[in-house]
Structures are given as structure tokens and as C-alpha cells.
Ligand binder design. Sequence first.
Ligand code: ATP
Ligand code: MG
Length: 180
Amino acid sequence: MYLAKIEIHGFKSFGDAVKLSIPQGITAVIGPNGSGKSNVADAIRWVLGEQSAKTLRGTKMEDIIFAGTEKRKSLGYAEVAMYIKNDDHVLPIEYEEVVIKRRVYRSGESEYFINGSHCRLKDIQELFMDTGIGKEGYSIIGQGQIDKILSSKPEDRRSLFEEAAGIYKYKVRRLEAEKK
Ligand code: ATP
Ligand code: MG
């Protein structure tokens, strides 16, 4: 399983629709300060269901929608699609290519899609649970997060290992069952 492509339209500095193809191996994103490198990482976090505007370096969710420039009008919505090659079926779904998409309007309403079909945020969270990819996963490590991991309480640090070991989803299911 690997991330093959990201499409971004109307998210932060991406007023024009962009397609970023990601070849296998190591990819580095380079560019001058303020050119949108971190915005690419934010787009990935966001499409995976990030709900905190602060984590996305804004104050409210609307801040992630392209606000316009001197030459370009602002946009009414933001959309990010993530294409994942799933030939090895690490994601528990029959498709060999999985496309996760999220769209948000200025009203604040978010829509989520898996391979073009409307779904709930919960479906996306469940799909990625225990793969290390979810927004709580360890595959996106932000600036300052290493420090947080090192100085966190043992119980909090344990959740990282549970996710890596693939047992986190059972814990979530047990807690859900206990609530019922
Ligand atoms: P650095 O090298 O300093 O880390 P960077 O390449 O990571 O820079 P980003 O933080 O990704 O840069 O991008 C910042 C740019 O994104 C700023 O110019 C900011 O104006 C722009 N930006 C953020 N949100 C929006 C928005 N909603 N609409 C338009 N532009 C936005
Ligand atoms: Mg940056």
C-alpha cells in the first residue's frame, strides 16, 4: 500500500487545482518559504479527517479554504483527494486503488467520499485504523511532535505502540461495545 497521488483544489494556497504524483521511494517537497510545502502535509491530515483548525495552523476551519490573492478571487469550497494503491489489500477493502476525498464549504459542512461514494468520517477512520495512517497515526509526524512523544506519559505513548501492533481497533470496538 502506498500513497500514489494527491489532488488539491481550493485548499489553503492551492487556488488552482493541482495533481501531485508521488513516485515510489523517497519524495522530498522543496520550495521557498511560504510556497505551500507544509500546506501539502496539512491537506493529507485534513483529508484523513482532522477536525482541529489549530492542528492545521488556522483558527477556524474556514481558514483552510483558498482566501484569494490580489489577482484571484477566493473560492467557496476546498477539496482534497488522496489516491492510495492497495494491491496488497493492507486497507481492508476490495479495491486495488482507494480514493479518499473530503470537501468542505464555507458553511462549515464537510463531505467525505470513498471511491466516489458518500461516506461518514467514521468509515474513513475505520479504514485506516491500525495502518499507522490515520490522523492519529504515526505516519505523519509534525514539527514538535517528536518532543511530545518523548515527554508524554507512558499510557499515552503506549497508544502509539498499540496502533503499530494493530490492536488499537479492537480496543476501540471494546470501548464502543461497553458503552452500549
Ligand atoms: P516554510 O518554508 O516557511 O515552512 P511552506 O512552504 O511550508 O513555508 P506553507 O506554510 O505551506 O509554506 O504556506 C504558507 C502560505 O500559504 C502563506 O503564503 C499563506 O498565505 C498561504 N495560505 C494559507 N492559508 C491560505 C488560504 N486559506 N488562502 C490562501 N493562501 C493561504
Ligand atoms: Mg513549512
